[in-house]
Write a protein that binds this ligand. Sequence first.
Ligand SMILES: NCCC[C@H](NC(=O)CCC(=O)O)C(=O)O
Length: 448
Amino acid sequence: MNTATEANFDGLVGPTHNYSGLSFGNVASLNNSARSSNPKAAAKQGLTKMKALADMGFVQGVLAPHERPHIPTLRRLGFSGSDANVLEQAAKQAPKLLAAVSSASCMWTANAATVSPSGDTVDGRVHFTPANLVNKFHRSIEHETTGTILQATFKDDKHFAHHAALPSVDHFGDEGAANHTRFCHGYGEQGIEFFVYGMEAFNNSGLRPAKFPARHTLEASQAVARRHGLSPDQVVYAQQNPAVIDAGVFHNDVIAVGNRNAHFYHQEAFLDTAQMKQDLLTAWGDRASQFHLIEVPSASVSVQDCIQSYLFNSQLLSRGDNDMVLIVPGECENNPAVWAYLNSLVAGNSPINEVKVFDLKQSMSNGGGPACLRLRVALTDAERNAINPSTLMNDALFGQLNDWVDKHYRDELHEADLADPKLLIESRHALDELTQIMNLGSVYEFQK
Ligand SMILES: NCCC[C@H](NC(=O)CCC(=O)O)C(=O)O
């Protein structure tokens, strides 16, 4: 029998993880700028979550971090000389630019790409489009390396199709799977791909947020759906409520999460909730009674509580039919309204039967919870067997990566440390070794 499963590929936190306040519209990023970070703890918190999921029986992969500070970008922007000179000049003349090219933001792999499983695509392959992340300069430099790492992980073109990112311009602002969910009966069957956008680029009369940017456009999602060869009647689009973007919900995965036959979302998440429900149920077809719309009312959990706790930035994982576990960050347990809601949810008769809490404080302080840290890839057995096996989490890889973090990572980093030429050298040594551990080949510019 062809049993398909959902794999989660988490971003391994890079050695330059820091808080620089780079993401306008992301409340945690802005509130924690100027704080010092702990890259070693950040990487270990992520590894602990990955290992726990692997131990629970889920297929768990690892995506390598990018080379940071990114000297090639600084050269493109006019800095020259040796790498040490480039760094020194940038630190002196444009420290905020240096912070931007040093961010470890590629750890949030929900934003790495949009993935369409083979059950949904016209050619029966798994399709990947790296997200251009054009709305934030520090993230707009990720997609090329992301594409290279995805290709080194999902190598076999019989099974996997890799596209380039969409044009890097606001009209096609694409934040990848942070705004994309798939509903299905079994992971190998044809599913419904649900794309959520912040605004329409080519329709000036459409509603838009006023204070914070809409990072993702409808036109970007439509282009991804065309490229991936999705069947139009299996695609649903919905606009995010501009008011929640203005409150700090910069990605839809801060206020909704879906899996198989369950959509778990906040009452205020969408501009037109009734339409969203109707469109999903129409696409689902018969057996509509098996589709769970779990709407959390504002009276139980406010939008502010969603943003503070990251209740919906959780991983909704299937252990079997109608049996799901929700992976939430520690902040949910510390928020009385959210914790009370979660306790009533698991006691009720939704498919969500258990909640597991993880400490991801280092990532959360930049606005990244459990769901931001993972890219979901539904895979058939044949596709799973075609993945680079050195990227899959198990006891051996967990041990190796923890030792590697202990050897190379600092336990304190301030924005000012980004100018330290030793940090650049340390990071390159670390990544060079990582490409051997994970059998990636030469994926970084400094290796070429
Ligand atoms: N899906 C979660 C993404 C979080 C990410 N934060 C950041 O890039 C903050 C980086 C900083 O401020 O140092 C973002 O906003 O895209």
